[in-house]
Write a protein that binds this ligand. Structure first.
Ligand code: TTP
Length: 604
């Protein structure tokens, strides 16, 4: 399918957490409100503010008390706390309500965050075209066109009406798909409101980046269409940093390299010039994007790739005794356990890898993982504590934990689908074998955290998007080094390991890799049904070592993922240009984000 003919919508809930609270307490509907995290200093930091309050100048990041000074009627809801930690269950459940509506109506829905979804409407539009449809301005009660500022509803109606007529009279019907897309989005937004009670806004365009951009043009309770012919005009007024993927250092670098502030200014740069500074694929991506072309598909991915709970312990609250560390391992384990159980019931899958991340007062971050053999609060807590104990530099006789912990996270990921309804005991049976109907989902490889779960009591660093919870980074990677060694040793012959491993503790988990290494090397007889052929490396692996063996691949892939360029687009339309000589291409190819960010322009 020609990508330029896709119609993509980004649906974004308006002041989502506030709406969730107002649904529970409808007496606050229409009143200026916000949601604060914790009852701390000056009424807690606001993480969501509704539009009534924004009219008074109240902003996210302000303290509750500050908001009241600006708007005396301001009401602050507080995020629920469980065990002294923010509990986001009600927002997650509300998000699930919204996604249920979207999924029931559309096939290609991608969860972009707790309150945002991309929907690819292309096929639905083709179906809609099969029967005659007479649309009028009344079918577009909240539709706007990007690039047009309208002060009144009459002005909006005039502009949209004219555009609808132009689209209809255009023989080539170039924008008619967008008209139908806007019609469908008006309907789905209405349905979301009817079935969940929540208002949302939307952007409708030819690709995800443009849909995301124009969604923000007319909030709340409105939708905006960005047509191809308006892209140049819109980009002339779009700061580079407003574009998804160019918001951070990558955007800074683009602005610095090309001495530009807005997207439109990049149009004057040739493909060669962009590629010379950004590398072949990044340059190509930006060249196309500036012309409104971007091909990343909407992928129907609605489940979290991981479930995690984390908490910051700033300053004096840092965890400096073994009791505190143990107690927080228990609290976080309990939250992860509860959410995993719910996830298992709803999504028929189970997590296979537990990851503990912690940052110390000395600013070191560690991340370690171990397999999950059963869902159990105590087991998660003990495994996490056992890992953390290894980093405690105080004597084992002391109850001091040093260096103190300032952020602690426990996460579970690497989900497997269970395709039948066997008991949980079966699912967690250590003796995984061929007859077990467990299939690996595609989530197992690209495990990126998607949770919206991090707490920040100080609220000094409110992020623009739901903050990322612990990322598995092999910072001081013994764990990963072990895997790497394992990889090397797979190439050399070794003895066959014939006994299943019985221990499941963390320490024995690590040591098991030694025997695992052997099993990776083993060349068993084909008829030996204790072996399963690994689909990733084609090596025969002892059935009971398969979970750990998969973890080995997983860890390698994670490491690759970490090094990968997030800036690089998934698919690229290559503009026609002269072929480069091979050595020229190699010089210019620059595939890592790091390299891209740190690369100096050629003639500097
Ligand atoms: P957003 O979609 O960024 O914002 P919003 O829905 O509150 O408002 P808007 O109408 O402008 O889209 O975030 C969704 C929810 O995520 C938000 O209601 C609260 C939560 N959130 C945080 O907890 N911390 C944050 O730093 C941000 C940005 C959001």
């Amino acid at each position: 399918m020609n990508v330029d003919h896709r119609v993509i919508a980004l649906i974004d809930m308006d002041c989502f957490y506030v709406q969730v609270e107002q649904r529970l307490q409808p007496e606050f509907l229409g009143k200026p409100c916000g949601v604060a995290q914790y009852y701390t200093w000056k009424g807690g930091g606001l993480i969501a503010v509704n539009y009534e309050a924004r009219d008074f100048g109240v902003k996210r990041g302000m303290r509750g008390e500050q908001a009241k000074e600006l708007c005396p009627d301001f009401h602050v809801f507080h995020v629920q706390e469980v065990n002294g930690k923010a509990n986001l269950t009600r927002y997650r459940d509300a998000s699930a309500d919204v996604f249920r509506v979207l999924n029931a109506n559309y096939k290609l829905v991608e969860k972009a965050s707790i309150d945002e979804a991309y929907v690819d409407l292309t096929e639905d539009i083709q179906r809609l075209k099969e029967s005659p449809l007479k649309l009028t301005i009344d079918d577009f009660p909240s539709t706007h066109l990007a690039g047009f500022t309208t002060k009144t509803n009459d002005e909006r109606i005039e502009i949209v009406n004219k555009w609808l007529k132009d689209c209809e009279s255009d023989d080539e019907k170039r924008n008619y798909d967008l008209v139908l897309g806007a019609y469908l989005v008006e309907k789905i937004r209405k349905k979301v409101k009817e079935e969940t009670g929540f208002f949302c806004s939307a952007g409708i365009a030819r690709n995800k980046i443009l849909a995301k951009l124009c969604c923000g043009f007319n909030k709340p309770r409105k939708q905006t269409i960005l047509t191809h012919s308006d892209i140049d005009h819109v980009f002339d007024n779009t700061p580079v940093q407003k574009i998804q993927g160019l918001g951070g250092k990558a955007g800074d670098r683009v602005m610095e390299l090309f001495k530009v502030d807005n997207m439109g200014q990049l149009r004057k740069y040739s493909l060669d010039a962009l590629q010379a500074s950004l590398g072949e694929s990044n340059g190509c991506w930006l060249y196309n994007l500036v012309r409104g072309i971007e091909t990343t598909p909407v992928s129907s991915r609605n489940l979290y790739k991981s479930i995690s709970a984390s908490k910051n312990f700033p300053g004096k609250t840092s965890l400096d005794t073994t009791e505190k560390v143990r107690s927080w391992c228990q609290n976080l384990a309990e939250e992860v356990f509860n959410r995993l159980e719910k996830d298992r019931a709803e999504n028929k899958r189970r997590a296979k890898l537990l990851t503990v991340t912690c940052t110390s007062a000395t600013n070191e971050t560690i991340a370690r993982s171990c397999p999950i053999n059963e869902y159990s609060i105590d087991r998660f807590a003990n495994d996490a504590y056992r890992i953390l104990k290894q980093f405690n530099k105080s004597p084992s006789t002391s109850n001091i934990y040093s260096p103190a912990i300032t952020n602690l996270g426990i996460g579970a990921g690497k989900f497997l689908d269970s395709v039948n309804s066997r008991s949980i005991a079966d699912l967690f049976s250590k003796q995984t074998n061929k007859s077990e109907q467990i299939i690996s989902t595609e989530n197992t490889i690209n495990w990126q955290e998607e949770d919206e779960d991090e707490d920040n009591e100080q609220e000094e660093t409110i992020t623009e998007k739901p903050p990322s919870p612990p990322v598995i980074s092999p910072v001081k990677g013994d764990f990963f080094r072990k895997f790497q060694k394992n990889d090397e040793q797979m190439k050399t012959p070794a003895k066959i390991e014939t006994k299943p491993s019985s221990s499941s503790s963390i320490t024995s988990f690590f040591s098991r890799y030694t025997t695992n290494e052997n099993s990776c090397n083993s060349i068993p007889e084909q008829s030996d049904d204790r072996y399963i052929t690994c689909t990733k490396c084609n090596k025969p692996i002892l059935a009971w070592d398969m979970p750990e063996h998969e973890d080995f691949h997983y860890a390698r892939e994670l490491q690759k993922e970490e090094n990968k360029n997030t800036f690089q687009p998934a698919t690229i339309i290559k503009p026609t240009k002269p072929m480069k000589r091979k050595n020229e291409k190699q010089q210019n190819d620059n595939h890592t984000l790091d390299a891209f960010i740190n690369k100096k322009p050629k003639n500097q």
